[in-house]
Design a protein. Structure first.
Length: 285
């Protein structure tokens, strides 16, 4: 071994390991010199526990930190409520690194591919819950730290699977919301539940409308404009709403129904054809 090791035990007097011993069964090895322990490509076997030093704090500076040991906590620059971690300096190829957040009030986003950090699915990871939230990384090359594990009390990432009940804690405008957002865009859908309005529904930011809302008090289902009725995957009928005649304007199969909300308005049924022609207005008494 490169390091200077000595044996200390009740049966063997402290002396350098390069001396000959009949038995080391009761000996305890302790590193005394200030140098690394080099196993010279040998294994450590039958290890009971691996105890890391307590996490030492690192503060982000211009999106980067410099690691000095295996376990660190990461804080935002200047105590900001949010910050991005893009680059990890230090470490050697093959090193294992564990990073955790400092406080739920100071969220750190570990960003994929901006600097030298990479996640397996290309999604960012947020450290936001102190001791309950961490990422494990391996330095795969001189220019790549790769995330190999995530510890989190909740589901935060694309592709995560959950069993059991889902509790929605996100609230906006008095509504409980579960949000689906298209990456790289401002278009999102969310399921919302409002106790003040006694309804729940789905909101589409692209339409600026809720295409589906169910009112629990009246048991009325509200649908935005057009909708279809299915049975075992097959369309039974289609319903359209608009202003003006559908003839030449609305493409639909025979049997479809259209309501003209204009004046004088009226109800139409698609009598023939599969294009936008063949609509017949229902005559009223």
């Amino acid at each position: 071994m490169v390091a200077n090791l000595e044996t200390i035990g009740p049966d063997i007097e402290s002396q350098p390991l390069n001396n000959n011993f009949a038995s080391l069964n009761s000996a305890k090895m302790e590193k005394t010199a200030d140098s690394d322990l080099d196993m010279n490509a040998r294994s450590i076997r039958n290890l009971l526990t691996l105890h890391l030093r307590n996490a030492t704090p690192l503060t982000i500076s211009n999106g980067a930190i410099t690691v000095t040991q295996t376990y660190h906590s990461v804080d935002t620059e200047g105590g900001a409520p949010t910050d991005d971690l893009d680059t990890i300096n230090g470490g050697n190829v093959g090193d294992i690194l564990i990073l955790r957040g400092v406080s739920g009030a100071r969220k750190v986003t570990v960003r994929h591919g901006v600097g030298n950090i990479y996640t397996w699915d290309g999604q960012n990871i947020t450290l936001e819950s102190g001791n309950l939230n961490f990422v494990q990384l391996v330095k795969m090359s001189a220019t790549q730290w790769v995330v190999v594990g995530v510890g989190n009390p909740g589901i935060k990432r694309t592709g995560d699977t959950m069993t059991g009940d889902l509790s929605m804690g996100y609230t906006e405008n008095g509504e409980r919301r579960l949000v689906w957002e298209t990456p790289g865009s401002n278009v999102y859908w969310y399921y919302h539940h409002s106790s003040s309005r006694n309804d729940f529904g789905i909101y589409d930011s692209g339409l600026l409308q809720s295409p589906f809302v169910y009112d629990r008090l009246t048991s009325i289902v509200k649908l935005f404009n057009n909708f279809e009725i299915y049975n075992d995957g097959s369309v039974l009928n289609r319903f359209y709403v608009g202003v003006g005649s559908p003839e030449g304007n609305i493409t639909a199969p025979p049997g479809a129904i259209y309501q003209d909300k204009g004046s004088p308005g009226g109800l139409y049924i698609k009598d023939t054809g599969t294009g936008n022609m063949g609509w017949k207005k229902v005559q009223t008494a």
